[in-house]
Write a protein that binds this ligand. Structure first.
Ligand code: XIL
Length: 315
């Protein structure tokens, strides 16, 4: 029943260097179990507000803790994330920028963070959530000032700093074929055609039980056909809690985890799947989606749910 790396596909978890968590023997026992997870993504500590809270002053203490801890237990590390519109310090969002000054800030941030972790990261989520659901570019501070060139700036800086890392553009609501996944795919094609270093499309996979797209494999096939690798970077399948019938709800969720897992399994260049933390005890869902939860393969008491076996029997 282990699946850290099965048939060449990685399986991973997100995790944060929260003292109580890492010292919590249940969390740490499962997270470090080499038969469960082969990959670790720092959930928050490599983000801009954590690494460069003050302009030009970099602090990697928390990010180093979780990254080195993961490496010590043999995990591959998915770096997350270099450019995103959230968890940005006020000096970035509230700054008075022109194209020259913001380009320099972006380049310096990406270069410094990617250089710091050079050699430790197997994938970087370089650009996170660049699109709106309708496929237009999200109007982040970077897009406002630099237009879509911010993406190229970030990718080139990341490639120069850490040439061995695979570089990803990552977004949510891009599991099936829709306007947003088409925009992300077209961005990948355009970057490739222009010689910009980019390797993969990250499909976050924040899904809702009962609303799993029916065309995930179709979408994955067109992504791979364009020369991209795929990683399912932040999988969770949430539901209204508590479910009216927990047994039925968990069985349905297990079948849905199996559907997503199968899509990766049958897609040649789908590198793997990472769940966004593994236990319902530490999921981000209840704090962001009021009244929802139970999204992960382990329950709040660190017991494996049907979802776990849905993945394990499929991978
Ligand atoms: C979430 C973290 O899990 C939370 O702890 C934090 O408060 C907010 O960010 N998409 C992403 C992740 O790319 O970085 C987000 O992580 C979840 C949505």
């Amino acid at each position: 029943n282990s699946f850290a790396v099965r048939r060449g596909k990685y399986f991973g978890t997100a995790g944060d260097w929260v003292y109580e968590d890492v010292m919590n023997c249940s969390w740490a026992r499962i997270a470090t179990d080499p038969s469960e997870f082969g990959v670790l993504t720092p959930g928050n500590s490599q983000k801009w507000d954590s690494t460069e809270a003050t302009q030009g002053v970099f602090n990697f203490e928390t990010a180093d803790n979780i990254t080195n801890w993961g490496l010590k237990y043999g995990k591959k590390i998915r770096g997350h994330t270099l450019v995103w519109h959230q968890q940005l310090p006020d000096w970035v969002t509230g700054g008075t920028w022109n194209a020259t000054t913001l380009k320099a800030v972006l380049k310096n941030h990406v270069t410094t963070v990617a250089t710091h972790f050079k050699g430790k990261i197997f994938h970087w989520d370089v650009v996170n959530e660049p699109f709106n659901d309708d496929g237009t570019f999200r109007n982040s501070i970077f897009y406002q000032i630099l237009g879509e060139s911010y993406i190229e700036i970030a990718l080139r800086a990341a490639a120069a700093a850490d040439p061995a890392a695979k570089l990803y553009i990552n977004d949510y609501n891009v599991e099936g074929v829709n306007a947003k996944s088409t925009a992300l795919l077209n961005l990948f094609k355009k970057l490739k055609a222009c010689g910009v270093p980019v390797h993969g499309i990250g499909v976050q996979g924040h899904l809702i039980s009962g609303q799993i797209p029916g065309d995930i494999e179709v979408n994955f096939n067109r992504i791979v056909a364009a020369g991209a690798e795929i990683y399912i970077t932040e999988l969770d399948i949430r539901m209204v809690v508590p479910p009216a019938n927990q047994t039925a709800a968990y069985e349905q969720q297990a079948a849905e985890y199996a559907i997503v897992t199968k899509a990766c399994k049958v897609t040649g260049r789908c590198i793997g799947i990472t769940v966004w933390n593994f236990t319902d005890k530490n999921s981000w869902i209840p704090s962001v989606f009021a009244g929802q939860g139970d999204a992960l393969p382990w329950d709040k008491n660190f017991q494996k749910k049907p979802a776990y076996y849905g993945i394990a029997k499929t991978l």
